[in-house]
Design a protein around this ligand. Structure first.
Ligand SMILES: [Zn+2]
Length: 338
């Protein structure tokens, strides 16, 4: 199997955080312009990249916040968005791309920015990419569970008032200290208005994480699960995912870096797939985690023995699970596959 054959496989990326999906050279030039000492590779990596498993969450957070500090204008947000799309397509032949972002994340650090201007900048970046490459790109609004229900209710309404520009709603951040249930009414409201629902659940390797998947399904109405890797700990959760054909947005390299799994070889991607779960392959934070979708394909092939045919099946599940309207997907999906 050559890299060319793998690249030729048309791909779907469902789980990518826009704010952390920067192109390295661009972020480096922005950071240098702000006076940061990141001219050398090691310096840049120390400030912005997670390159090895981190037990220490503050050390990871430091890199997220550095990234946030540097993305400080709407112009940069437009360029960031365009480049994420372009890199996904050129490096990995991604045809269907869902990008998620939390309006509150960048705005909290930059009083000069405005939520509507930022959304317009993201949409400009997406439109330019869709005009340049055969891609369908959709936007998922992200609520942060570390914030109050009131704050999130405001952002949920903001997203719903602009729902022509969003395909879905997500809940992210620490699922251990911040239960999902208080946010259920917001997700039920968004679901009733036609948005696709995905929820970060079952990610960290802690007791009870698998149950968070059931809460996401039963109380928040999730159509897909962000990560869900800990489903492997509970047969009843696996049965439920199989019975209801619920796709998991799995991100193997991210799981290694956050120590959700001990290693790529120990990742349950293949075991879940063999149980009949609709496993999809994604990058999570390709900039900060320095990973492409091609890398993730190679990870599951080299460490777990997946075949190109397995990956074709996973991309087919992902294509079916996308929140982007099917006619937009059909327009960019190759008619005859290699
Ligand atoms: Zn995520």
């Amino acid at each position: 199997m050559t890299d060319a054959a793998l690249h030729a496989l048309p791909k779907v990326e469902l789980h990518c955080h826009l704010e952390l999906a920067f192109r390295r050279s661009t972020l480096q030039s922005w950071a240098l312009a702000k006076g940061m000492t990141v001219a050398h590779e090691a310096e840049f990596n120390r400030e912005f990249l997670v390159t090895e498993p981190m037990a220490d969450l503050p050390a990871v957070l430091h890199k997220f916040l550095n990234t946030r500090d540097v993305i400080d204008t709407e112009e940069k947000v437009e360029q960031l968005t365009y480049e994420v799309c372009e890199d996904m397509h050129l490096e990995s032949n991604v045809r269907v791309l869902e990008l998620r972002y939390a309006p509150s994340f960048l705005l909290d650090a930059h009083a000069n920015m405005d939520a509507d201007r930022m959304l317009e900048a993201i949409l400009r970046g997406i439109r330019r990419a869709e005009a340049s490459y055969p891609m369908a790109v959709g936007l998922i609004g992200l609520l942060q569970r570390i914030k109050s229900v009131e704050d999130n209710a405001r952002w949920c309404d903001w997203i719903l008032e602009r729902k022509a520009h969003f395909v879905g709603l997500d809940l992210a951040d620490d699922e251990v200290a911040y239960p999902a249930q208080p946010f259920a009414p917001l997700f039920q409201k968004a679901k009733a208005q036609g948005l696709g629902i995905t929820v970060h659940a079952g990610e960290p390797n802690v007791p009870g994480a698998a149950e968070n998947i059931l809460i996401a399904l039963d109380e928040l109405g999730a159509d897909r699960i962000g990560h869900g890797v800990q489903a492997i700990q509970d047969d009843s959760v696996i049965d439920r995912l199989v019975r209801e054909s619920v796709p998991l947005e799995l991100c193997p390299w991210s799981n290694v870096l956050t120590q959700a799994v001990p290693s790529l070889a120990a990742h349950p991607f293949r075991r879940l797939m063999e149980c009949g779960v609709r496993t999809t392959l994604n990058t999570d934070d390709p900039g900060v985690m320095n990973v492409t979708l091609m890398d993730e394909c190679n990870n599951v092939m080299n460490h777990l023995g997946l075949s190109l045919e397995n990956l074709r099946q996973c991309n087919e599940w992902a294509r079916q699970a996308s929140f982007i309207p099917q006619d937009r997907i059909d327009a960019v999906w190759p008619k005859s596959q290699p």
